[in-house]
Design a protein around this ligand. Structure first.
Ligand code: UD1
Length: 424
């Protein structure tokens, strides 16, 4: 297994470009299953999860080609099977996103149940209830979701909880359903909006994406399109925290400041000077120890749970005591245990972490437990004295494109130790 070796890096400086958003790209790749024509996707990040989705589509007989770097063309005309096998689903829960489009277009789908994962139970009951409400017949057998439908029927779906992939799955089902669907208490995340934009380019009739009520008028058929994926707001936010934690000055380009409003507010509260343009963000934290900031995670436009771990790393170095409350996922504080190994002072009480900032922490070997937890450990390693060795970096490769190169270009002392080198 690869590891990342990170040394105390001093203030980061320079410019780095954001990649396309993983969480927008995943549903958009699956949206290609709704048509028998090519879907051309650009600004696609080169990530492990994207590779898994490509494999998932390929093993269904879908043609996937790569005309250029960070682009794919997907043509589902040649699809031979509507099965998402356990081997792929177990490595990526977002595989569930094939369910809605397969059912809507092909009338059947067999998707392995994702099961639990490191950051909590994460059920898919709301996806299934919504599809059933649209007329699908769903059985759970042998660890698989077996879903069938002749043609889905538009209906009103009220989500009990705001679910991002649940909203995306039902949106993709509704675009080909018979009649109107209304999704209430829908997720408002920018990735839902990006999927809706792509579906509209394919001929779908959708109104209200980005608000909590989405209206969809089903159509009989959709067509091919070209779509550019939005910038990754979590990668952008991670680079912003990298600047703050090292007391540096960084410009992030090819991003969109509107996507990271909640994160910028917290960084400003921490004392960062922030300037923005249409597609860039400057953050200046030179010579300034960050102030501790309190936060709680919320569905968009609140503070994103996917930035919680990175802010726990920041608060571990900050001036003052802070609280971080996680309201979206249970058990999403595994990074706290690893930060303690660097000398951080963190106490967990239920879904709240109480962090007493320290002037300095000391590097140590640590274990990445999930995608964003591993980002937090990398950030802490940049600011800690000595060396930090992050094990299990496959978690970070799932969602960050060339992180060691990108941080390296800002002056971070970070090196990948491959499996061969370490002999592990
Ligand atoms: C997506 C993101 C993930 C992010 C999360 C919250 C993708 C591929 N992943 O995950 O990075 O951390 O949104 O912003 O976009 N829930 C149910 N029943 C369901 C579905 C969800 O109870 O059927 C609960 C979950 O357990 C959780 C909450 O709803 O407590 C939110 O989860 P959800 O928004 O569905 O997360 P994902 O879509 O899996």
């Amino acid at each position: 297994m690869d590891k990342l070796l990170i040394a105390a890096s001093g203030p980061l400086a320079g410019e780095v470009a954001a990649s396309g958003a993983k969480n927008a790209a995943l549903p958009i790749l699956c949206a290609a299953l709704l048509i028998d024509q090519p879907l051309h996707i650009t600004n696609l990040p080169d990530l492990w999860d994207i590779g898994t989705t490509r494999k998932l589509l390929s093993q269904m007989g879908v043609a996937v080609s790569q005309p250029a770097v960070n682009e794919v063309v997907i043509d589902a005309k040649s699809i031979t099977t509507c099965v998402a096998p356990y081997e792929l689903v177990k490595t990526m829960r977002a595989s569930i996103l094939v369910l809605g489009p397969l059912l809507a277009k092909r009338g059947e789908a067999q998707v392995s149940l994702p099961g639990g994962c490191a950051i909590g139970a994460r059920p898919v009951d709301l996806h299934l209830l919504g599809l059933e409400a649209m007329g699908a017949e769903i059985k759970l057998e042998g660890g698989f979701i077996h879903a069938t439908a002749s043609r889905l029927k538009g209906t009103r779906i009220m989500f009990d909880t705001v679910t991002v992939t649940g909203t995306e799955n039902l949106l993709m089902a509704a675009v080909l359903a018979d009649g109107e669907s209304v999704l209430e208490n829908a997720a408002r995340e920018p990735e839902v909006v990006d999927l809706a934009r792509c579906l509209i380019a394919m001929g779908a009739k959708i109104e209200g994406a980005g608000s909590s009520t989405i209206h969809v008028q089903g159509v009989a058929e959709l067509h091919g399109a070209t779509h550019r994926v939005i910038p990754d707001r979590i990668e952008t936010g991670t680079f912003l925290v990298a600047a703050a934690i090292t007391r540096g000055r960084v410009r992030i380009t090819r991003t969109d400041p509107n996507l990271v409003d909640a994160v910028l507010v917290k960084l400003q509260q921490a004392g960062a000077k922030v300037a923005t343009g249409v597609d860039w963000i400057d953050i200046d934290c030179r010579g300034r120890r960050p102030d501790a900031v309190n936060l709680h995670t919320m569905p968009h436009p609140g503070f994103p749970t996917d930035m919680q771990a990175q802010f726990m790393a920041l608060n571990s170095f900050a001036d003052g005591v802070s609280t971080i409350r996680e309201t979206i996922f249970e058990n999403r504080f595994m990074h706290a245990q690893e930060l303690l190994r660097l000398g951080a002072e963190i106490r967990i009480e239920g879904n709240t972490a109480i962090i007493t900032g320290r002037e300095s922490l000391t590097g140590a070997p640590v274990m990445a437990t999930d995608l964003r937890a591993s980002a937090a450990l990398v950030l802490a390693g940049l600011a800690a004295e000595g060396e930090t060795l992050v094990d299990r970096v496959y978690h970070i490769d799932r969602g960050y494109e060339r992180i060691e190169q990108k941080l390296g270009q800002l002056g971070a002392k970070i090196r990948r130790i491959t499996k061969q080198e370490s002999g592990a």
